[in-house]
Unconditional design. Structure first.
Length: 414
């Protein structure tokens, strides 16, 4: 075993974790974790200690339990040749998000789920879909593609500063041709949180589908998709869920399985099939969202997803959301003290959760990003919607002291 590990290390194929993962024994959910607890959690991530990582909205580093699960599974599948097709992950994912396993499709990323929604809805020329000016390419291009293919119409609006304003704006855009509302749960630009529950309830009364880009929703909120009430929700595990790259999910409300057309299918998508010289027969789609995912998937990656879900459950979804909001409040208030900055993220607490975006007037965001990077502070520049801004996205492994260092650097730069 030692010689095998040594060989893998020389080949750059093995990582070295610190002490083995031990179950964290935390107090009850009603009691917040103290600073020492969050520092203990930080030690479960292989993040460089001399670098401040503030770009979780692009990629969430996986903790050691997730990395170990992936590596162990890779070694096992390559040792035994038994790769299988992952199934247990679907049940655990569904339980985590408060829905049925039959309502969960296993995808590779949020964009794949959005494409399934955008292409699968029965839309015709002239049908309208409501979107925002602050879409990520992954939610913009699939709907723009429906314009190209089928002549649908996009009704586009600029996100406002409060949930009430955004809700009213959406209601005012609805016409007799509106078929779907396809907005992000949290915008990738300014981190604006939309009131999806209220929007979904209103849309259902009007016979309008809600197709939500959940890239920044899963792993931030104490999320229950059944309670949220939307029809479709596409998310990923490589951001806030802290899981492996190349893993995602799509929630499809059970009643709409036969409405959302599956176009790419394969093994396990179907109830039955026959193909021989005398007969060619398709027995229909399976009675679950499994119809949208098919073929060989990566067992190691899905073992990593299960480990990521377990990691979140161990800490507690409510605790995670509370900590994310705590850091977001701290950052927002700290940035508010700098009169050289323009904060673009809404001040209303209900309209933000994990992101604060700002800009320095008359300064190119790339210059700011480069200067911060030279001081080992990783952020994301925001070019979408012509914002010319800097996005800071914080997760449970971050600390107030790291944010203080960011503020210190911004004072120097501005």
């Amino acid at each position: 075993m030692n010689s095998r590990r040594s060989f893998l290390q020389k080949m750059g194929l093995a990582w070295m974790a610190p002490a083995a993962w031990n179950s964290l024994e935390f107090p009850g959910l009603s009691m917040p974790l103290n600073q020492q607890s969050w520092e203990q959690i930080r030690l479960q991530f292989p993040l460089e200690k001399d670098r401040i990582y503030l770009n979780n909205g692009t990629f969430g580093p996986s903790p050691f339990p997730v990395l170990k699960a992936v590596q162990d599974s890779f070694e096992k599948t390559n040792r035994t040749g038994n790769y299988g097709n992952p199934g247990s992950g679907r049940e655990k994912i569904a339980e985590f998000f408060g829905v049925k396993p039959t309502e969960i499709s296993l995808t590779h990323n949020t964009t794949e789920g959005i494409n399934i929604m955008a292409q699968g809805l029965p839309l015709q020329a002239g049908d309208e879909v409501i979107v925002t000016t602050h879409e990520h390419a992954g939610n913009a291009i699939p709907w723009l593609n429906r314009i190209h293919l089928d002549g649908i119409v996009l009704r586009v609006f600029e996100p406002k500063q409060t949930q009430e304003e955004n809700f009213e704006t959406i209601k005012n855009l609805i016409s007799s041709r509106t078929k779907a509302i396809a907005i992000p749960h949290v915008t990738c630009t300014t981190g604006t949180v939309f009131p999806v529950r209220e929007i979904s309830e209103f849309a259902r009364e009007k016979g309008i589908w809600t197709a939500i880009d959940g890239a920044h929703g899963a792993g931030t909120f104490d999320l229950n998709l059944k309670d949220l009430g939307c029809d479709f929700y596409a998310g990923c595990f490589h951001k806030w869920m802290l899981g492996p790259n190349g893993t995602g999910f799509l929630f499809v409300r059970e009643e709409l399985l036969d409405t959302l057309q599956a176009f790419y299918v394969g093994a396990k998508s179907e109830k039955s099939w026959v193909l021989n010289e005398k007969e060619a027969h398709f027995g229909g789609y399976t009675d679950s969202a499994h119809r949208y995912d098919y073929g060989t998937q990566s067992t190691p990656m899905h073992e990593g997803v299960v480990a990521a879900v377990d990691f979140h459950q161990e800490i507690g979804k409510a605790r995670t959301e509370a900590r994310i909001r705590e850091l977001n409040d701290y950052l927002y208030q700290s940035l508010s003290q700098l009169d050289t900055l323009e904060i673009l993220t809404p001040e209303q607490r209900e309209s933000r959760i994990s992101v604060v975006t700002f800009r320095i007037p008359n300064t190119d965001y790339r210059d700011i990003a480069k200067a911060l990077g030279q001081n080992k502070i990783r952020i994301r520049g925001v070019h979408e919607a012509g914002l010319n801004a800097i996005r800071v996205s914080t997760h449970i492994y971050n600390s107030e002291s790291e944010l203080d260092l960011l503020i210190q650097e911004l004072k120097r730069l501005s």
